[in-house]
Design a protein around this ligand. Structure first.
Ligand code: FAD
Length: 324
């Protein structure tokens, strides 16, 4: 019995969540006395996984899988799990994996729980802690099925190099799953890429702005601040609805979830639907001209003032700091 992880990549390169998942799987494998196998889809170089404790990689290379197809990808993961007789299948909580996990669970007749934070509390019975109600509460979930599937919440565990990485051999095996035409009944016709240089999914820092910025012509300072910090840019829902920013940047309950180390919200009021999506970010900084803005109630640090005065000063300070 091994643990199987789906190590996600984008454009042939691993996403950071793959390394967090591998680190987590390694720790769980140690406590269960088992090994970690990863399945990858069209990832160019898989050797990096070894560093984080993966013992074996099943490499899938197939042009038909160049665009994301939930059913086809789920089928690949199911077949990899069956090949490895995996009793524990781990996925991250990215948008793709949230689509995949229930499909994999149904096909393996497995119990699934998402948004897992932390290592299993117990393995017999199998219990994990997870966030609930848009990150406002935790619950303890028990999975009773023979095969178990977990979706690990982003940034909830961290990335750790394995202590035995130098001596351990990680084997790579080409894996050719049987893919059905029926898996492609739903096709991705186009992909709208975010304009930011860093993707929200992979970012450690997100600089996000709202209607307080008054119009799309004012986003230069947001992009510059993001640039200086190596951050991704994001926005509130009305901003993308108005067409000021691409929809891919909309974060919140109905947009992308953000679980970064640092979330900087500029000119965003802090409506409950926005907070619901960014709540699990570790440090929240708010810049708003209204001291009564609800965002200040959930902020770790707050600056009351005009974004058009504060943000340029922050950019200068960060530039000077980096130059030192
Ligand atoms: P506003 O509410 O207009 O706030 C602008 C803020 O900017 C104010 O606090 C103001 O004080 C401040 N400001 C103004 N000028 C300045 C200045 N010069 N400097 C600094 N600050 C300034 N919203 C989301 O974001 N994400 C979601 O996923 C989402 N999902 C929703 C789902 C549903 C079903 C519904 C009903 C709503 C949803 N919303 C969502 C909308 C949400 O309720 C709010 O309307 C929205 O978040 C407000 O966006 P905002 O803060 O950018 O704008």
């Amino acid at each position: 019995m091994s643990i199987l992880i789906y190590a996600e990549s984008a454009e042939g390169k691993f996403r950071k969540v793959a390394f967090e998942l591998a680190s987590y799987a390694k720790k769980v494998a140690e406590s269960l006395g088992t090994t970690v196998t990863a399945v990858t889809i069209n990832t160019e170089d898989v050797s990096e996984l070894s560093k984080y404790g993966v013992d074996k990689v099943l490499k899938v290379t197939n042009n038909k899988l160049s665009g994301f197809s939930a059913r086809a990808y789920a089928d690949v993961i199911k077949q990899a799990a069956q090949k490895e007789a995996a009793k524990l299948v781990l996925l991250s909580s990215t948008t793709d994996s949230i689509y995949l996990a229930p499909l994999v669970a149904v096909s393996l007749e497995a119990g699934f729980t998402s948004n897992v934070v932390g290592l299993p509390l117990s393995t017999t019975p199998f219990q994990v802690k997870r966030t609930a109600f848009s990150n406002k509460a935790f619950n303890i979930t028990e999975i009773e099925t023979d095969i178990k599937i977990l979706g690990l919440a982003k940034n909830s565990y961290g990335i750790f190099e394995s202590t035995d990485a130098i001596n351990r051999v990680c084997t790579e095996e080409d894996f050719i799953p049987n893919i059905q035409d029926a898996d492609f009944n739903v096709k991705v016709l186009s992909v709208e890429k975010g304009s930011g240089k860093v993707s929200i999914a992979d970012a450690d820092i997100v600089v996000s702005a709202g209607r307080g910025l008054k119009g799309p012509e004012n986003w230069g300072i947001i992009e510059e601040l993001a640039n200086v910090l190596g951050a991704a840019t994001a926005c509130s829902k009305p901003v993308s609805d108005l067409g000021w920013r691409p929809h891919g940047e909309h974060v919140g309950q109905t947009g992308k979830p953000v679980a970064t180390n640092l979330y900087i919200a500029i000119g965003i009021s802090g409506a409950i639907q926005h907070i619901a999506g960014i709540n699990s970010s570790k440090v929240k900084v708010v810049i708003n001209s209204d001291p009564e803005a609800p965002f200040f109630k959930v902020a770790d640090y707050g600056i009351v003032g005009d974004a058009f005065e504060i943000v340029p000063q922050l950019i200068e300070k960060f530039k000077a700091f980096k130059a030192q």
